[in-house]
Every structure is written in structure tokens, then in C-alpha cells.
Design a protein around this ligand. Structure first.
Ligand code: ZN
Length: 240
């Protein structure tokens, strides 16, 4: 018989929950959602009952968590990896301490930041500007191709570094894609692009909308669910 493992978890009380349920996310770990008025003395039995599920969910998250990339003491990256286009960049800081920073784009492999490594905020801003250029260079053409291949019409597509939205489509069919998509695996980027393209036909999340999405991405349901934890692909220096 195996020893019961100590489990750390957080409890959330939800007035909308009909019954107790568990969820596990890379960000929050194990969360126990309880309906209003749930008697907490049942909690240990509940956790025991779901022990196998908890173990499996934790393993699955570990498997999928990308290994953290090395960073400088003040959080700037030595490596930038774009899953979407399978590109890896190394970043060098030459510590000249100038206020002007050059980014030398050595043919897709190396970035040279002529920045003092201690000037974190300046270096970070410079990297973000470079990131936006990369997003324009890669995301916009692949979006355009996808639209043409499936005969979707839109007014304009642009990239923006957004905090929480991965993409949007305005009533005038102006598409905005989040720069952070560069860090996501290709199938999730594809899902987001299809999602926004389908909004050019249905400006809502109606049944007809999801039916159209499923025609272009049969795995949309799984992908849509996975988007909730897709932030894990985005390095901290981009998010903060
Ligand atoms: Zn939507």
C-alpha cells in the first residue's frame, strides 16, 4: 500500500458551484472549488477519493511545463525561444552602458544588446520593441496565408503586446494578435488565428461560430481549454 501524499491546495468558495470539484492548473496548482455552505469536514475524504486524479494531473502539468530558460540577475533573458516558428535566439549584453541600445540581428541567431546588464528596464523595453518586429514579421504573414487559404476576409491585421487577450476582431474586421503568440506552440497559434478569422463571419460565440471554428480546427475544444494555461509559455521578462 502506498502512503497518502500530503497535498497542498487552495480552497475557493463559489456561489455558482453546484457541487465540490477539483481543478489543477500550472499557475494555481490544486484548487478545490466548493459550493456555498459546503461542510469542510468532508474535504479530506474528497481529496482521498480523487487521489489518483490529482497525481495524474500533477504529472501531466510537470511533463508539459517548459524548462525555465536562464536569465540575468535582474531577469533579462540569455535565450529567447519562439515555439511558433521554432527559432532560438541567444542574447548577449556587452555592458557598454550607453543609453542607446543596438540590437544586432545576426541572421536569426544572435541578438547583441549594447546595454549595461544592470539597466534592466531599458534593456527590457528594447527587447520588447524587437519582439514586436518579430511578431510583425512572422505572425502577420502566416495569418494572411491562413485567411487566404480558407477564404476569410478581414480589413487589417496588426500585432500588439497585450496583457491578457490573445487576439481580437473588431466589428470593422480589424484583427489584433498578441505579440506573445510567438512563444506559443504552433497548434495553439493556429487555433487563435482560426478563432479570430471565424469572428469575421460571426461576431459572437454562438453555436454557428463554434461550428465554423470546428470546421477549421477539429481539436478546438481541447485547444480552447489549453489556452487558459498558455501563459506558461510566455517568459516572465515579457509579462512583467
Ligand atoms: Zn472569440
Amino acid at each position: 500500500m502506498t502512503q497518502p501524499r500530503p497535498v497542498s491546495y487552495t480552497v475557493k468558495i463559489s456561489s455558482r458551484a453546484k457541487s465540490a470539484r477539483l481543478k489543477m492548473t500550472p499557475h494555481d496548482g490544486l484548487v478545490v472549488v466548493l459550493p456555498d455552505g459546503y461542510n469542510k469536514k468532508h474535504l479530506p475524504a474528497l481529496l482521498l477519493r480523487y487521489d489518483a486524479w490529482i497525481k495524474k494531473a500533477a504529472e501531466r502539468i510537470e511533463e508539459h511545463r517548459p524548462a525555465p530558460l536562464p536569465i540575468t540577475d535582474n531577469g533579462l533573458p540569455y535565450t529567447i525561444e519562439f515555439l511558433h516558428i521554432d527559432e532560438k535566439w541567444s542574447v548577449e549584453y556587452n555592458n557598454k552602458g550607453r543609453r542607446v541600445i543596438d540590437i544586432e540581428d545576426d541572421n536569426g541567431k544572435k541578438l547583441l544588446l549594447s546595454a549595461d546588464v544592470d539597466e534592466a528596464e531599458l534593456g527590457r523595453r528594447q527587447l520588447l520593441a524587437w519582439l514586436k518586429l518579430q511578431a510583425q514579421k512572422h505572425l502577420i504573414p502566416s495569418f494572411q496565408k491562413l485567411a487566404e487559404a480558407h477564404d476569410f476576409k478581414y480589413a487589417e491585421a496588426l500585432v500588439r503586446l497585450q496583457h491578457s487577450r490573445w487576439g481580437s476582431c473588431s466589428s470593422r474586421r480589424l484583427i489584433t494578435l498578441n505579440t506573445k503568440l510567438l512563444f506559443l506552440p504552433d497548434y495553439l497559434v493556429h487555433y487563435i488565428m482560426i478563432h479570430e478569422l471565424c469572428h469575421t463571419v460571426h461576431m459572437n460565440h454562438s453555436k454557428a461560430f463554434w461550428a465554423l471554428v470546428s470546421r477549421h480546427d477539429p481539436l478546438w475544444r481541447t485547444n480552447n481549454a489549453e489556452m487558459r494555461s498558455a501563459w506558461k509559455y510566455v517568459p516572465a521578462w515579457v509579462s512583467t
